[in-house]
Design a protein around this ligand. Sequence first.
Ligand code: SF4
Ligand code: SF4
Length: 164
Amino acid sequence: MELNSWIFAALMAAVPLLILALVFHRGWAVVQGLSITLRHMFSKPVTVQYPEEPVKMAKRYRALHYLARYENGLERCVACGLCSRACPADAIYIEAEQNNPAQPVSAKERFAKRYEIDMLRCIFCGYCEEACPEDAVFLGRQFEITTSTRVGTIYTKEMLLKDA
Ligand code: SF4
Ligand code: SF4
Protein backbone atom coordinates (compact mmCIF):
# COMPACT_ATOMS: atom_id res chain seq x y z
CA MET A 1 0.00 0.00 0.00
CA GLU A 2 1.27 3.49 -0.80
CA LEU A 3 1.98 6.08 1.91
CA ASN A 4 -0.89 8.34 0.78
CA SER A 5 -3.35 5.49 1.14
CA TRP A 6 -2.13 4.83 4.69
CA ILE A 7 -2.61 8.47 5.63
CA PHE A 8 -6.08 8.49 4.08
CA ALA A 9 -7.07 5.33 5.95
CA ALA A 10 -5.77 6.70 9.26
CA LEU A 11 -7.73 9.93 8.79
CA MET A 12 -10.89 8.03 7.95
CA ALA A 13 -10.51 6.02 11.15
CA ALA A 14 -9.83 9.11 13.26
CA VAL A 15 -12.88 11.11 12.11
CA PRO A 16 -15.52 8.92 13.85
CA LEU A 17 -13.38 8.87 16.98
CA LEU A 18 -13.18 12.67 16.96
CA ILE A 19 -16.94 12.97 16.47
CA LEU A 20 -17.53 10.54 19.36
CA ALA A 21 -15.16 12.50 21.63
CA LEU A 22 -16.95 15.74 20.75
CA VAL A 23 -20.40 14.28 21.43
CA PHE A 24 -19.21 12.82 24.73
CA HIS A 25 -17.64 16.14 25.75
CA ARG A 26 -20.78 18.13 24.96
CA GLY A 27 -22.99 15.49 26.54
CA TRP A 28 -20.90 15.57 29.70
CA ALA A 29 -21.21 19.36 29.86
CA VAL A 30 -25.01 19.05 29.60
CA VAL A 31 -25.03 16.44 32.39
CA GLN A 32 -22.89 18.72 34.57
CA GLY A 33 -25.20 21.70 33.91
CA LEU A 34 -28.34 19.69 34.73
CA SER A 35 -26.78 18.32 37.91
CA ILE A 36 -26.18 21.90 39.13
CA THR A 37 -29.79 22.80 38.31
CA LEU A 38 -31.09 19.73 40.17
CA ARG A 39 -28.87 20.39 43.17
CA HIS A 40 -30.17 23.95 43.52
CA MET A 41 -33.79 22.85 43.10
CA PHE A 42 -33.60 21.09 46.46
CA SER A 43 -31.34 23.49 48.38
CA LYS A 44 -32.53 26.47 50.46
CA PRO A 45 -32.81 29.63 48.29
CA VAL A 46 -30.49 32.51 49.11
CA THR A 47 -32.76 35.12 47.54
CA VAL A 48 -35.55 36.84 49.47
CA GLN A 49 -38.97 37.79 48.09
CA TYR A 50 -38.55 41.43 49.13
CA PRO A 51 -40.67 43.41 50.07
CA GLU A 52 -43.10 40.61 51.00
CA GLU A 53 -40.39 38.90 53.07
CA PRO A 54 -38.17 40.80 55.52
CA VAL A 55 -34.47 41.12 54.71
CA LYS A 56 -32.01 39.88 57.32
CA MET A 57 -29.03 42.20 57.54
CA ALA A 58 -25.61 41.37 58.92
CA LYS A 59 -25.02 42.29 62.57
CA ARG A 60 -22.70 45.16 61.69
CA TYR A 61 -24.93 46.53 58.92
CA ARG A 62 -25.23 50.34 59.03
CA ALA A 63 -27.87 52.41 57.31
CA LEU A 64 -29.88 55.58 57.95
CA HIS A 65 -28.81 57.62 60.98
CA TYR A 66 -30.88 58.49 63.98
CA LEU A 67 -30.50 61.15 66.65
CA ALA A 68 -30.90 60.01 70.23
CA ARG A 69 -32.60 61.64 73.22
CA TYR A 70 -32.22 61.26 76.96
CA GLU A 71 -34.93 59.44 78.83
CA ASN A 72 -36.43 62.76 79.89
CA GLY A 73 -36.89 63.67 76.23
CA LEU A 74 -34.04 66.19 75.93
CA GLU A 75 -31.99 65.89 72.77
CA ARG A 76 -28.47 64.51 73.18
CA CYS A 77 -27.07 66.59 70.35
CA VAL A 78 -25.50 69.86 71.55
CA ALA A 79 -24.62 71.15 68.08
CA CYS A 80 -20.86 70.97 68.66
CA GLY A 81 -20.32 70.23 64.97
CA LEU A 82 -17.74 67.47 65.47
CA CYS A 83 -19.74 64.99 63.40
CA SER A 84 -19.97 67.49 60.58
CA ARG A 85 -16.22 68.11 60.70
CA ALA A 86 -15.45 64.39 60.77
CA CYS A 87 -17.66 63.65 57.79
CA PRO A 88 -15.49 62.99 54.72
CA ALA A 89 -18.45 63.51 52.38
CA ASP A 90 -19.53 66.89 53.79
CA ALA A 91 -22.99 65.43 54.24
CA ILE A 92 -23.97 66.95 57.61
CA TYR A 93 -25.27 70.49 58.02
CA ILE A 94 -25.82 71.93 61.50
CA GLU A 95 -27.10 75.25 62.80
CA ALA A 96 -26.65 75.83 66.53
CA GLU A 97 -28.79 77.88 68.89
CA GLN A 98 -28.62 78.75 72.59
CA ASN A 99 -31.04 76.90 74.82
CA ASN A 100 -33.72 78.80 76.63
CA PRO A 101 -33.15 77.70 80.27
CA ALA A 102 -36.90 77.79 80.85
CA GLN A 103 -37.55 75.43 77.95
CA PRO A 104 -34.32 73.61 77.07
CA VAL A 105 -34.20 71.44 73.97
CA SER A 106 -30.93 69.70 74.84
CA ALA A 107 -29.13 69.01 78.11
CA LYS A 108 -26.40 71.65 77.61
CA GLU A 109 -26.12 75.30 76.57
CA ARG A 110 -26.73 74.80 72.88
CA PHE A 111 -28.91 72.62 70.70
CA ALA A 112 -29.15 71.92 66.98
CA LYS A 113 -31.71 74.28 65.49
CA ARG A 114 -31.10 72.56 62.17
CA TYR A 115 -29.48 69.18 61.73
CA GLU A 116 -29.55 67.72 58.24
CA ILE A 117 -27.86 64.79 56.59
CA ASP A 118 -27.75 64.52 52.83
CA MET A 119 -28.05 60.78 52.23
CA LEU A 120 -27.04 61.22 48.61
CA ARG A 121 -23.59 62.23 49.82
CA CYS A 122 -23.33 59.84 52.78
CA ILE A 123 -21.05 56.85 52.33
CA PHE A 124 -22.10 55.19 55.63
CA CYS A 125 -18.56 55.28 56.99
CA GLY A 126 -19.73 55.89 60.56
CA TYR A 127 -17.16 58.61 61.30
CA CYS A 128 -19.93 60.92 62.56
CA GLU A 129 -21.02 58.31 65.08
CA GLU A 130 -17.44 57.83 66.28
CA ALA A 131 -16.75 61.57 66.51
CA CYS A 132 -19.82 62.42 68.61
CA PRO A 133 -18.87 63.13 72.26
CA GLU A 134 -22.53 63.02 73.38
CA ASP A 135 -23.60 59.66 71.93
CA ALA A 136 -26.17 61.59 69.98
CA VAL A 137 -25.89 60.31 66.43
CA PHE A 138 -25.94 56.67 65.36
CA LEU A 139 -26.22 54.74 62.16
CA GLY A 140 -29.32 52.59 62.38
CA ARG A 141 -30.63 49.70 60.32
CA GLN A 142 -33.31 51.47 58.28
CA PHE A 143 -32.24 50.94 54.69
CA GLU A 144 -35.44 51.84 52.83
CA ILE A 145 -34.40 55.36 51.94
CA THR A 146 -34.79 55.48 48.18
CA THR A 147 -36.42 58.52 46.67
CA SER A 148 -37.03 59.99 43.25
CA THR A 149 -36.46 63.61 44.23
CA ARG A 150 -33.28 65.48 45.10
CA VAL A 151 -34.83 67.02 48.21
CA GLY A 152 -35.99 63.58 49.37
CA THR A 153 -32.39 62.60 50.11
CA ILE A 154 -32.07 65.26 52.82
CA TYR A 155 -33.07 64.03 56.26
CA THR A 156 -33.91 66.76 58.74
CA LYS A 157 -33.57 66.68 62.52
CA GLU A 158 -37.27 66.01 62.90
CA MET A 159 -36.98 62.97 60.61
CA LEU A 160 -33.87 61.66 62.38
CA LEU A 161 -34.86 62.18 66.00
CA LYS A 162 -35.79 59.02 67.82
CA ASP A 163 -38.20 58.87 70.71
CA ALA A 164 -36.55 58.43 74.10
S1 SF4 B 1 -21.71 58.02 57.88
FE1 SF4 B 1 -19.82 59.00 57.13
S2 SF4 B 1 -20.42 59.97 55.22
FE2 SF4 B 1 -22.31 59.49 56.30
S3 SF4 B 1 -22.82 61.36 57.40
FE3 SF4 B 1 -21.62 60.06 58.80
S4 SF4 B 1 -19.50 60.70 58.55
FE4 SF4 B 1 -20.65 61.51 56.80
S1 SF4 C 1 -24.46 64.78 66.78
FE1 SF4 C 1 -22.83 64.75 68.31
S2 SF4 C 1 -20.99 65.45 67.22
FE2 SF4 C 1 -22.77 66.00 65.96
S3 SF4 C 1 -23.22 68.10 66.56
FE3 SF4 C 1 -24.52 66.76 67.81
S4 SF4 C 1 -23.33 66.44 69.68
FE4 SF4 C 1 -21.90 67.25 68.17
